[in-house]
Ligand binder design. Structure first.
Ligand SMILES: [Ca+2]
Ligand SMILES: [Ca+2]
Length: 215
């Protein structure tokens, strides 16, 4: 084979393979999450959402063809559709959420993607709709101040081609507002990675968040 042609063939093979990258990811969510890449689940919070005070970070490594869409279901704990926790005790309250992640090249450590306001997050569970629900001695989901809103997850929302242009941008929140707990300090977060949620850390309980990685 002609030497130049052979070199061209090697080069084109390398370009084709260059679309796949091995990446590492660190995630911390108050309280639970599931992450998928191009509609394939790669990581789920190992502590069930039903566990009281479940605060932990999770990490894994995965390979993905780029561009890739990162899709995250993030849930703040709620005892039921009132959105409250510790119901009927002196600690009855509205819990709050918070989410941060970073994706880095598994070999070089280069930061490839982070949680920030470039993400789009759809609120699919909001409760209570009126904060005075928390003062109710016997709060009932769907009644009075304890009304709630719940949406079905849009079909195909985890796929690259899904159009999220009408979803709101994620809101960035400070450490002071989120008060990240156990597991958060175990990770060496890139300075560009931000704590995000919707604009309401308290009443918005379940979010669907998306980010497309293009390089
Ligand atoms: Ca909440
Ligand atoms: Ca919480």
């Amino acid at each position: 084979m002609h030497k130049t042609l052979a070199l061209l063939l090697i080069f084109s093979t390398q370009v084709a393979q260059g679309d796949s990258r091995t990446l590492s990811v660190d995630v911390w969510v108050d309280n639970w999450f599931e992450m998928s890449v191009n509609d394939e689940k790669i990581l789920e919070d190992s502590v069930p959402i039903t566990t009281e005070r479940s605060f932990n970070a999770e990490s894994t490594t995965f390979s993905a063809e780029l561009p890739a869409v990162i899709a995250i279901v993030a849930k703040d704990f709620k005892e039921n559709d009132t959105g409250l926790e510790y119901i009927g005790t002196s600690r009855q309250q509205m819990g709050d959420g918070g989410l941060i992640f970073q994706i880095q090249d598994a070999s070089s450590g280069e930061t490839v993607a982070v949680s920030d306001s470039n993400m789009r997050c759809l609120v699919v569970h909001r409760a209570p709709l009126d904060q005075s629900c928390v003062e109710n001695n016997t709060p009932v989901a769907g009644q009075g101040a304890c009304a709630y809103e719940s949406l079905d997850y849009p079909p195909d929302w985890k796929t690259l081609d899904f159009d999220d242009s009408l979803w709101p941008s994620a809101s960035e929140h400070t450490e002071r507002a989120v008060r990240p707990k156990d597991g958060y300090d175990r990770i060496d977060w890139d300075s560009s990675a931000r704590l995000i949620w919707s604009n309401d850390l308290v009443q918005d309980n379940t979010l669907l968040c998306r980010l497309v990685i293009r390089r």
